[in-house]
Write a protein that binds this ligand. Structure first.
Ligand code: ATP
Ligand code: MG
Length: 449
């Protein structure tokens, strides 16, 4: 590809910002991820702009701006509802403990700004006037499908250790391989990831897992990075399973299970953690068969610790832990509607369709022993769940056609007694959906109060 032939369509609002800066006598380009994604025909997440104008000048030139990271040169310029990060060309100083640049120096040269960026494919800039600026052969690396550091990988990873995990994340998102010298530096410097904050690691881990190639987590293991932030996974990789239902080690089973669910944070993390307690519960019987009694409870306990350590939000922690706790619930139980209604009530309406996916993924990542019948069973759970939902059957107190207030009006005292009555009524409706009728429930409440 000839670089001068490359044309990128910059969205109107970003173009306007570039025009204003250029008309005022400065240089301005779109840069980084949006240039890479445009060339790849992927939809850019956001359009970042790099400019020779100093932050205070940027603020003067636009009506509405936000001081996003003034000391690092970043001003967010608002265009309607949309914000664009405009960052002054800069040279990053030493990274303090491999975390933040201690000081940044602004520079009038685009070349120097591109030099501070992590990978060649992320170090390209573009504007309509000059076309593509690609000083480190980002285009060549896109053609070769490789992730390569700008400059000496050892130096770049020593400045900011997070870049090592970013390398694997980009390789998973794009289906690229990590260039040998870059990979070798990762293998050497992986332990320094220990200096990086949990939040930054979580962001990259989740992007890796929800990518098209989550199996690449194995690359983070093989280069020694999971040993730092997820040593529990390393133990899973080192725990073999000798059992007719399984054909992989615990870790390989986990990797395959992750690939089988939809690409959302909750589902992919649930698969990552569903068997994480197995190494701690391993026993081997006289015939050499492996067993993991109590692994579900252990996995849930460990999942909670890991998710808190990685600073996940509470809602995700709750959902992921529930999926782990119930991941083999109903396995081997031939369902009827009553059983499924009870399961929905127990596991939660909010995650029940995810629960079914988890069960299916778990089966798909096992040996093919009895696979057809296991899948058929998972299917009948799904069909019954669909029917229950279509018929708006009551599966929780929320949809029970009587509530605490009605009971109080009937003379029940607020408190534990009220809760007992409501739960008894729900139990009866779970057994018999036609009971979810206000009159019937009132009469029944009179009898049992
Ligand atoms: P995404 O599509 O996930 O947003 P991105 O490439 O835009 O990917 P960002 O984290 O948004 O990644 O960063 C924007 C740009 O800033 C990158 O393309 C890269 O040029 C530069 N960059 C980001 N993080 C680092 C880092 N840790 N070290 C060096 N350069 C970085
Ligand atoms: Mg970005």
């Amino acid at each position: 590809m000839n670089n001068t032939d490359i044309r990128i369509t910059i969205p109107e609002k970003a173009k306007y910002i570039i025009d204003v800066l250029e008309d005022a006598g400065y240089e301005a380009y779109v840069v980084g991820g949006c240039v890479r994604d445009s060339i790849l025909g992927r939809e850019p997440q956001d359009w970042d702009i790099t400019t020779s104008a100093l932050p205070l000048r940027v603020k003067e030139l636009f009506r509405r701006t936000i001081d996003t990271g003034l000391q690092h040169g970043t001003v967010t310029v608002m265009q309607g509802e949309e914000g664009f990060e405009v960052t002054t060309y800069r040279i990053d100083g030493e990274y303090e403990d491999g975390r933040h640049p201690k000081d940044v120096t602004f520079t009038p040269n685009l070349e120097e700004d591109l030099l501070r960026r992590d990978f060649t494919i992320n170090a390209m800039a573009y504007n309509d006037r000059r076309g593509l600026v690609d000083l480190y052969d980002g285009i060549g690396d896109i053609e070769r499908k490789i992730i390569r550091c700008v400059g000496d990988p050892n130096a770049r990873f020593s400045e900011d250790a997070l870049r090592m995990l970013r390398a694997v994340r980009f390789s998973a998102q794009l289906g690229y391989t990590i260039e040998p010298a870059t990979r070798e530096a990762i293998t050497k410097l992986a332990p320094t990831l220990e200096k990086i904050s949990a939040e930054r690691i979580r962001t990259e881990l989740v992007k890796l897992l929800v990518s098209n190639n989550p199996y690449e987590l194995k690359e983070a293991y093989e280069t020694g990075m999971t040993a730092v932030f997820l040593p529990e996974f390393d133990r899973a990789m080192q725990t073999e399973q000798n059992h007719k239902h399984h054909c992989y080690s615990v870790g390989e089973h986990i990797l395959h299970a992750i690939e089988e669910v939809e690409a959302t944070q909750v589902l992919r993390m649930a698969m990552l953690l569903h068997d994480i307690g197995k190494p701690d519960t391993l026993t081997v019987d006289e015939s050499g068969i492996t067993h993991f009694h109590g692994h579900v409870q252990k996995s849930e306990e460990m999942a909670k610790v890991i998710l808190r350590r990685l600073k996940f939000d509470n809602d995700s922690i709750d959902k992921i832990c529930r999926l782990v706790r119930f991941h083999d619930y109903g396995m081997g139980i031939v369902p009827d509607e009553k059983i499924v209604r009870r399961a929905v009530n127990k596991i939660g309406e909010d995650i029940f369709s995810m629960f079914l996916q988890v069960g299916r993924a778990d089966i798909m990542a096992q040996s093919d022993y009895e696979r057809e019948s296991k899948l058929a069973n998972n299917d009948s759970w799904g069909k019954m769940y669909d029917k229950i939902m279509e018929e708006n059957q009551c599966v929780s107190l929320k949809t029970l056609k009587i509530n605490g207030r009605t009971l109080i009006e009937m003379g029940v005292k607020p408190g534990p007694e009220l809760g007992r009555i409501l739960n008894t009524l729900l139990e009866e409706v779970l057994d018999n959906p036609s009971g979810n009728d206000e009159e019937w429930l009132k009469n029944r409440a009179q009898e049992i109060k």
